[in-house]
Design a protein around this ligand. Structure first.
Ligand SMILES: C[S@@+](CC[C@H](N)C(=O)[O-])C[C@H]1O[C@@H](n2cnc3c(N)ncnc32)[C@H](O)[C@@H]1O
Length: 239
């Protein structure tokens, strides 16, 4: 079940306006160019910014996300993308050059069972020798230490909505699981919250889960827009 932040139409509509800087996406597009990918499956496409950007550049793109409200927004960004309300374990037959998971989608899979099933589903969708590119936060950086009101509070004027106050608060951090609440106050009156739990896997855990599901890790890069904070995995389907 996706978090309310992605699946409530009022909150999904705030995702892009509250986080308009998508300088994280261009490095992904550059990796896909390096890999020579012409067809891409974007898993956890959310409101579709990356999938639409790739389609605008002539790639064949399938964007999938279980949050219907987010996919509804994605549909308004491109008619060229095939948008599907689903996850990587329930895909139609595909044979794509590459798959991506941008903006830490990999961390939403809290259980090993869901994470491994997702990796297997992606492997199945890739052509022989196809690539998977995704990121996960470096756990040692403990990003959640700044997930409090003081660091995250903001007020944004959102066209068609009005003033939106938003902030994030930690609910709990135990082992490699971090839970937090996002609060949104619309026009000083409507208060909406969304609770999330993310898994902060180590680099070794991710590498071993990739090996277990039929991938060879080619490289682990840094994210140029968030130096030292992210592992960006480039893996190839092992045949
Ligand atoms: C932080 S958003 C990232 C969205 C998008 N990739 C981006 O770059 O803006 C995380 C996304 O993961 C999606 N998600 C949640 N559970 C999922 C699942 N089981 N499979 C695929 N995506 C999932 C959410 O619905 C949400 O759209």
């Amino acid at each position: 079940m996706p978090d309310r932040a992605f699946d409530d139409p009022r909150l999904a509509a705030l995702y892009d306006p509250l986080d308009p800087d998508r300088s994280d996406l261009e490095p992904y597009a550059a990796i896909l160019t390096e890999l020579g990918a012409r067809s891409v499956l974007d898993v956890g496409c959310g409101t579709g910014t990356f999938a639409a950007l790739l389609a605008d550049r002539g790639l064949e793109v399938i964007g999938v996300d279980p949050a219907e409200a987010s996919v509804e927004i994605a549909r308004t960004k491109s008619d060229a993308v095939t948008w599907l309300v689903t996850d990587a374990t329930r895909l139609p037959p595909l044979d794509v050059d590459a798959a991506t998971m941008t903006a830490n989608v990999a961390q939403v899979f809290v259980t090993d069972e869901d994470w491994l099933a997702t990796l297997r589903g992606i492997r199945e969708a890739l052509r022989a020798g196809g690539h998977l590119v995704f990121e996960s936060r470096v756990p040692e950086r403990r990003a959640w230490l700044e997930w409090d009101r003081a660091h995250t509070w903001d007020r944004t004027e959102v066209p068609g909505v009005g003033g939106v106050e938003s902030w994030r608060e930690l609910i709990g951090a135990r082992d490699d699981l971090v839970s937090f609440r996002s609060t949104f106050v619309l026009e000083d009156t409507v208060v909406l919250t969304s609770d999330s739990t993310l898994r902060f896997r180590s680099r070794e855990q991710i590498e071993s889960s990739l090996a277990d599901t039929g991938f060879t890790v080619i490289e682990v890069r840094d994210a140029p827009d968030r130096p030292g904070r992210e592992y960006v995995f480039v893996a190839r389907r092992a045949d």
